[in-house]
Design a protein around this ligand. Structure first.
Ligand SMILES: NC(=O)C1=CN([C@@H]2O[C@H](COP(=O)(O)OP(=O)(O)OC[C@H]3O[C@@H](n4cnc5c(N)ncnc54)[C@H](OP(=O)(O)O)[C@@H]3O)[C@@H](O)[C@H]2O)[C@@H](O)CC1
Ligand SMILES: [K+]
Length: 531
């Protein structure tokens, strides 16, 4: 979770970055200052990566636009810091270009792109460089990369394979990575570090781009404070989570931490209900009750000893009886939050049961809908016009496709933007699960998980997330806070398991005991950082 160590990290699109730049200029900062700050900050970050920097060999690949301009400034500061610095120009710079002339004055002799296809000079430099900076294209890329720039990037990738010690840095972003969608160009480099200017870009947390950035470092380029209040996307951060976690007063009793009802499980999917109940309790809920069909009760009663039980009436065929929803609703008025859906199945009687529950549930009950509750909703066209209870929806990509009518390809092409738009349309907090899970609020806020853990791609881990969020809702958090804190705690629990056993063979039950440990670690981290 390397990104989690960064301070609250806002995420911008290329258009938002241009807007922030415009605001900075309007508030009196000059573009020259921004570029100077950018190049200096990048050089300073690079120096900090080495125990001793003087004498190191730095190669800066410079493109035609302002990203290349930043590269020229960075080269000057790397030179000042004692590096043997070479600049390789992939396109001619304007003779009147200030930063180009400053580089010349500092004694740097830029090397013009070679006209022969062999790139012998570039190969020679790559054979020796300790650090290579990709300053070819930034947010202004307008078409696929071709010609000398593509060839140069390919040569860097080859050199990097031969000399793994060589450190490759992307300035602002790896050339060819789309700042908004995370799409990449064929020649985009998978770098060791991305030193990004002012703000991290959304595309760093979207695939395939997320696999290309290496560690992300955000360089301060002097955009004045207070200009980014309307930037609503960010990476979920430990300090934010700490600030929203419920307090645990010493004189608490079980009622202090809220009551959760879990409506889940079927003959086929027994385990889902257990995982939700245990996760809600592990997230701190005071009391968890499982409402499941009565014939399943003996199994659950043996397995879930801390949970209380509400057996629901069923038919002779093992389906929910028509009065089952009424029984659940009568009890639900005493509960603070409910999780509905995991492992319920999709038979017509179950769908009818879910519809009855959702149409009768009180506004005061915090609600998390997952799995078969989402599938049941999807069966009603324009379901969001009818079901207007506030709720957290936790779809994976397939469930999101059913809820929205979009194809999986359309969703994967821009998960953040799609999630944001649909959260607004549906009037719900929506969690689009996957690597770098996205949480979107109807008011436009987006929170992204810092974690992409393949170990979590196994059955039941989503049920654990649902339980955690419902447990947090019961303790009084609002939907968006419960969702982002829940996603973060779930990710931390997953990282702990991965650290212990690796990313293969992790099972959802492994996460359970890690939930309170994750909460403890968040609280202790704050304690440590205060002293
Ligand atoms: N925002 C901020 O606050 C600050 C931003 N800063 C920096 O500005 C960067 C954005 O700069 P930018 O707009 O000049 O774009 P950039 O990526 O350098 O390239 C554009 C050039 O490339 C060209 N071109 C495009 N595609 C091409 C292709 N496939 N193949 C060949 N050519 C291609 C295009 O020319 P054209 O399309 O007209 O042919 C144009 O000449 C940003 O990433 C950051 O580093 C800082 O300096 C200061 C503060
Ligand atoms: K770049």
């Amino acid at each position: 979770m390397s990104a989690a160590t960064l301070n609250a990290m806002k995420l911008v699109t290329a258009a938002e970055m241009r807007l922030l730049e415009k605001r900075a200029l309007e508030s009196g900062t000059s573009f020259g200052d921004l570029m100077h700050n950018a190049g200096r900050a990048v050089a300073s970050e690079i120096c900090g990566l080495f125990d001793s920097f003087p004498g190191k060999k730095a190669l800066v690949l410079v493109g035609p636009g302002n990203n290349g301009g930043d590269g020229l400034v960075a080269a000057r500061f790397l030179n000042d810091a004692g590096a043997i610095t070479h600049v390789y120009l992939l396109a001619p710079r304007d003779p009147g270009d200030l930063v180009y002339n400053e580089a010349l004055e500092a004694g740097i002799s830029p090397i013009e792109v070679e006209s022969d296809a062999g790139f012998s000079k570039l190969r020679e430099l790559l054979g020796e460089a300790d650090v290579v900076v990709d300053a070819i294209f930034g947010t202004g890329l307008g078409r696929p990369i071709g010609g000398a720039s593509a060839a140069a990037l390919t040569l860097v990738a080859e050199a990097r394979n031969q000399r793994p010690d060589m450190v490759v840095i992307a300035l602002d972003l790896p050339s060819g990575l789309n700042a908004d969608s995370g799409e990449i160009d064929d020649s985009t480099l998978a770098v060791d570090y991305t030193i990004t200017l002012g703000y991290a870009k959304r595309g760093f947390f979207l695939f395939p781009g997320a696999d290309y950035t290496g560690q992300i470092l955000v360089a301060d380029i002097g955009i004045p404070d207070g200009l980014d209040d309307d930037i609503l996307s960010e990476v979920i951060d430990e300090h934010d989570v700490l600030s929203i976690l419920p307090l645990r007063p010493s004189d608490a009793h079980k009622g202090s931490f809220g009551k959760v009802m879990v409506v889940a499980g079927s003959t086929e999917f027994i385990g889902a209900a257990s995982l939700v109940c245990q996760s809600a309790a592990r997230a701190g809920a005071g009391l968890v009750t499982l409402a499941a069909r009565q014939s399943l009760h003996p199994v659950f009663a043996a397995k879930l000893v801390e949970t209380t039980h509400l057996p629901l009436p069923e038919t002779a065929h093992g389906e929910f009886a028509s009065e089952a929803a009424e029984v659940a609703l009568a009890r639900l008025v005493k509960y603070d939050a409910a999780a509905i859906g995991p492992g319920l199945g999709q038979s017509p009687d179950t769908v009818e049961f879910v519809h009855q529950l959702l149409s009768g549930i009180s506004e005061n009950t915090g609600l998390v809908l997952d799995a078969d509750a989402l599938n049941a909703l999807s069966l009603t066209p324009d379901w969001w016009d009818i079901f207007n209870h506030p709720a957290v929806l936790t779809p994976h990509t397939g469930e999101f496709a059913r809820l929205s009518g979009l194809s999986i390809g359309e969703i994967l092409a821009n998960r953040m933007e799609i999630c944001r738009k649909n959260a607004a349309l549906w009037g719900k907090v929506v969690i689009l699960k996957g690597a770098h899970t996205v949480v979107a609020s109807p008011d436009g806020r987006i929170a992204v998980s810092p974690s992409a853990n393949p170990g979590l791609a196994s059955g039941g881990t989503g049920d654990v997330l649902t339980g955690i969020i419902t447990g947090l809702l019961a303790q009084g958090l609002d939907e968006f806070d419960a969702a982002r804190a829940g996603v973060y705690i779930h990710a931390m629990a997953g990282e702990s398991v991965r650290n212990n056993i690796g990313d293969t063979g992790m099972i959802a039950s492994d996460l359970l005991i890690q939930i309170p440990r994750a909460v403890k670690s968040i609280k202790e981290h704050d304690h440590a950082s205060c002293h």
